[in-house]
Write a protein that binds this ligand. Structure first.
Ligand SMILES: C[S@@+](CC[C@H](N)C(=O)[O-])C[C@H]1O[C@@H](n2cnc3c(N)ncnc32)[C@H](O)[C@@H]1O
Length: 246
């Protein structure tokens, strides 16, 4: 897959109108704030890359951090009224000065929104550029199972965690040379008919993210299963990885 074939606005077009309602119950916002409070000085400057509707940048701002929320989708940023600073920008080309931030956050699989390993590497490199020496980068992402479930034509259907009776995700999984592309659509069955919300991700394993980070000058300092610091289990479903800039 090449970067040029990727539809950068797809995620926002599919989810801007429902993101907050669907994901308001994600369990760990307080844990994320606490995780940064444990590792950063009070009032530290934090950049959130792919901040979306401000689900995390808003509570981080309210807890006293100076947050720069960056998202390429104006429709997502428009829902965020509270971040210290909002910038409509691409997370692979940050409009920020070198060495200007204490910490950076790429949460909830957002790194995988970037099409291909090349753009993901550029993004992590940009995070390294704008962080001061010693600055922290936190990346949260899911861990794919070792082998895909054997489903007809590689298609699987899973219920969505909200309203599993009428929301589901249909996923197809490819393995092209340039990364593991997962194409899917959330499907909503409602009284007014069926609404589909397509998306596309390019998956990287934790070890592969470590490689990107090392190339950008980061060292892995901590890896957990979640933001609360549960010990990392490689057989788990996700990881929260903390990197420090040299
Ligand atoms: C899964 S949402 C996560 C939002 C937020 N981080 C959270 O945890 O709720 C991914 C976000 O990344 C944004 N995004 C995708 N590609 C981007 C890019 N190249 N530059 C900046 N933002 C991007 C999308 O618009 C979307 O708001």
């Amino acid at each position: 897959m090449t970067g040029s074939s990727h539809d950068h606005g797809l995620y926002a077009r599919s989810f801007a109108d429902v993101y907050d309602a669907w994901y308001e119950d994600l369990h760990d916002v307080a844990e994320i704030v606490a995780a940064f409070a444990q590792r950063c000085e009070a009032g530290a400057s934090i950049i959130e890359l792919g901040s979306g509707t401000g689900r995390l940048s808003t509570p981080l701002t309210h807890s006293g951090f100076t947050v720069t929320a960056i998202d390429s989708a104006v429709s997502m940023l428009a829902q965020d009224f509270s971040s210290s600073r909002k910038l409509a920008a691409d997370m692979t080309r940050l409009p920020l000065a070198d060495d200007s931030a204490d910490a950076a956050l790429i949460a909830y699989n957002t790194l995988f929104n970037l099409a291909g390993s090349d753009l993901q590497a550029v993004c992590v490199g940009e995070a390294a550029r704008v962080l001061r020496p010693g600055g922290l980068l936190a990346i949260e992402a899911f861990i794919a199972p070792e082998t895909d479930p054997e489903t007809p034509f590689g298609v699987s259907v899973v219920p969505h965690h909200t309203h599993s009776d009428r929301r589901m995700a249909i996923l197809t999984w490819h393995d092209p040379a340039e990364g593991e592309v997962i194409t899917g659509a959330h499907v909503e069955l409602g009284p007014e008919g069926v609404r589909t919300r397509p998306w596309q991700l390019v998956y990287r394993s934790p070890a592969s993210i470590d490689e990107l980070a090392a190339e950008a000058g980061f060292a892995l300092t901590e890896r957990h299963n979640d933001w609360a610091g549960t010990p990392f289990d490689p057989a788990g479903v996700r990881h929260v990885s903390w990197y420090q800039r040299a």
